[in-house]
Design a binder for this molecule. Structure first.
Ligand code: FAD
Ligand code: SF4
Length: 331
């Protein structure tokens, strides 16, 4: 059995207590929400914080507020609550679908949306226990010097694998980051950096407090996820696609890939192929062809990377078809 290492555990009662505790405890501490990513990582000694600040029980972080110009979702909102929230299912069916694809019902009862947005990046050479990693002399993401996927690479290529991220970026979501000294709001896509180790632009002292999604206003999004097991598995290719149509024509489109790089990848060429055209088989084929080119998965997750690249076309096409209603089902 894998055991947790020793660590100090803090339980703040408010957001300001949480950020003050972080400021006091410094770089050796991390926040934890549901713990479904952090604690397994600690058991495998991939993360070894001296102190953990638990924000999972903060009521301020649980709210889902539709009273403004869109919805503000507290970072501590539980995934299964969001998946079953009739207002989210009605206004953002593609997001409800993406959340329902995360891990398993039990883990979704613990996991939070904030923890999903800040999920650690993944790689076959990293997602192993301590002894396995020690046997290959570790890798540069933790305790080692080299990247086993691309030994010449100056940076880690571990993969962004959070299910909610592509759809939320497609829907123009923004996030609120708060520290003891500051607060700032940024587009969700700016939260990510294409570096498997330093994958988030969040400063270590910042607490992610909320994600805000604008009112749908004609936008509709869909999600598609490639994984080995339909029951549960991380995505090894994922597509979040959103379009805004006026009449039959696409006015704006946003298409985002997950699972192919250390950051989510916007497919701006593919988006351009849809603009001003009806969303039909011709425009969908053009967009899907343009999507495959920038998709360059690495050989560090499940399935052959060449096959995953090939599947990009089919998954983008499928997500876009879902927006025509042709494939039916969930968004
Ligand atoms: C068996 C298994 C299968 C899984 N399958 C999937 C899957 O298919 N798809 C998927 O997307 N995920 C999957 N996960 C990962 C995980 O369950 C989810 O990503 C979940 O949403 C993480 O949320 P959490 O609240 O538990 O995060 P935590 O473990 O609490 O935190 C995750 C990271 O975010 C940081 N953090 C959390 N909240 C905040 C905050 N508010 N501010 C600042 N930092 C914060 C933590 O310090 C930590 O680094 C799986 C996990 C397991 C164990
Ligand atoms: S991509 Fe390379 S450095 Fe990053 S986790 Fe995998 S083997 Fe390690």
């Amino acid at each position: 059995m894998l055991r947790l290492p020793r660590f100090r555990y803090f339980v703040p009662r408010t957001i300001s207590e949480a950020t003050a505790m972080k400021a006091d405890s410094g770089s050796g501490s991390v926040f934890v929400a549901g713990g479904t990513d952090l604690y397994p990582n600690m058991k495998r000694r991939q993360q070894t914080p001296a102190a953990v600040i638990s924000i999972g029980g903060l009521p301020e972080l649980r709210a889902v507020d539709f009273s403004g110009d869109g919805v503000a979702i507290g970072a501590g909102a539980i995934l299964s609550d969001l998946e079953n929230d009739s207002r989210i299912r009605e206004a953002y069916p593609g997001l409800a679908h993406a959340i329902a694809e995360i891990s398993t019902p039990l883990l979704r009862n613990m996991g939070t949306i904030g923890g999903n947005l800040l999920l650690d990046t993944r790689c076959n050479y990293y997602d192993q226990n301590f002894e396995w990693r020690q046997a290959i002399d570790f890798c540069m993401k933790k305790d080692g010097q080299i990247c086993w996927v691309a030994p010449g690479s100056p940076r880690c290529l571990a993969v962004q694998s959070a299910d909610s991220v592509p759809v939320l970026i497609a829907l123009k979501a923004r996030v609120l980051l708060v520290s003891a000294a500051d607060r700032r709001e940024i587009p969700l896509e700016d939260l990510y950096r294409n570096d498997g180790i330093d994958y988030a632009t969040r400063k270590p002292e910042e607490l992610l407090t909320a994600v805000w999604i604008p009112r749908p206003d004609g936008w509709r999004a869909a999600y598609r996820k490639l994984r080995r097991r339909g029951s549960f598995d991380f995505p090894v290719l994922s597509v979040g696609a959103a379009v805004r149509r006026e009449g039959p024509r696409v006015e704006e489109a946003r298409i985002v890939l997950g699972g192919v790089a250390s950051a989510p990848l916007r497919l701006t060429d593919a988006e351009e192929r849809l603009k001003g055209r009806p969303l039909d088989e011709d425009s969908i084929r053009d967009a899907a062809d343009a999507a495959a080119r920038p998709s360059r998965p690495m050989d560090n997750t499940d399935f052959s990377f060449l096959w995953r690249k090939e599947m990009t076309k089919k998954y983008v096409a499928s997500a876009l078809r879902a927006l025509t209603g042709a494939e039916g089902g969930r968004g």
